[in-house]
Design a protein around this ligand. Sequence first.
Ligand code: ASP
Length: 440
Amino acid sequence: MKRFAIHWQILASLVLATVVAMIFRQVATGAEADALPARGIAKTVEVCGFIGDLFMRALKMIIVPLIVTSVVSGIASLQGVKGFGRLGLKTAGFYAGSTFLSIVIGLLLVNTIRPGHSGGKPNEVIREAFESSAANASQADLDKVSTAGGREAEDFLEVFRSMLPENVISAATDNGQMLGVIVFSILFAVALTRIPGTEMQTVRNFFQAANDAMIVLTGWVMALAPVGVFALILPVVVSTGAGLFANLGKYFVTVAAGLLLHLFVTLPLILRFVGRVSPWEHFRAMRPALLLAFSTASSSGTLPVTMRCVETGAGASKRVTSFTLPLGATVNMDGTALYECVAVIFVAQVMGMGLSFGEQFFVVVAALLTSVGVAGVPSASLVAILLILKSSGIQGAETAVVALLAVDRPLDMARTAVNVFSDSCAAVVVAKSEGEELKV
Ligand code: ASP
């Protein structure tokens, strides 16, 4: 019997989870809290939460060994090292350029749509909604925001510091420190090329075989994706509050429009005219990774599948993917940068603070820099938003961020898909410029 391709399976479970969750919501609103249907729903949501957690853990479990083995096996040959500086420059150029473009899109839209205004004035209803949602926020959300608020502006420098971890093993155990692991693996791979041939060959073969095994393991976890995605999506749709969404409709439209424009216009144009690859074919190759990024809201968690799609689907070499993709999952976040820019200016509009050109320029630069430091995990960018709001002197920063956190998940899912797609675009554009034959 012919099996459905994995992306269709994931899509089907995404739709099914949404439909089931909608039915649950409908049933739950009519039922008493302790009646059988409500309790059954609560139990199902709890079980899904547990299964979803298991799936995320399985994905995360693969990340460190996959990054280390693929970076080392991809680079530890003279061929891999040759032109490595050029590869680095092209990748950095792509990442900076595409992130900048995405921020400009966000900036233009938020200044045109003005989601924080109503009738040309700051929207009082949203301001009140911010306050009431902060008053009703869960303790977990409040804690998250107050921890984030405690960070100093020197967080900008933290990115550079984390490139050189004092202890690479503890960097590997900390999700936010992936950059240190990547830099160490690159240095290790380059050092390998400096030791005698036969010894180097043994170590290289070891990393190559270990990487092949990790790829098989990724395939196994990916096969579980339809179940994992169902379990992740159902609780999200059941528990997302509709009230605040009504007030934030214009803000949602602004962010969503920006993300869609970047995903379906800017990046495809770059693919077509800079990379000379077919955007359509590239989208087809990336379907499983995009759906998984959307469902998990974590670009780090999606990394194993992104690598698989770009290597087997788009046909880029390990030499390029092993460098661009792990780095991209950590530092290149177009969707996040766009979102940060829109969110900060939106809050300023609601709070009645008109930002001058210079202040908006500061927001652009800050969004560009902080998006590099944001970890590829759900809701990570809210820390950056709080940081920018505070450094711009916008009042009510904490209240606003708590409110945004309450409705963050759908936008997080969308921006993560954009983040992942941009990484994959960099990989194919760089691969093509290195003269590789691709399948897209
Ligand atoms: N969830 C995003 C990611 O993993 C980061 C963020 O914008 O919060 O790419």
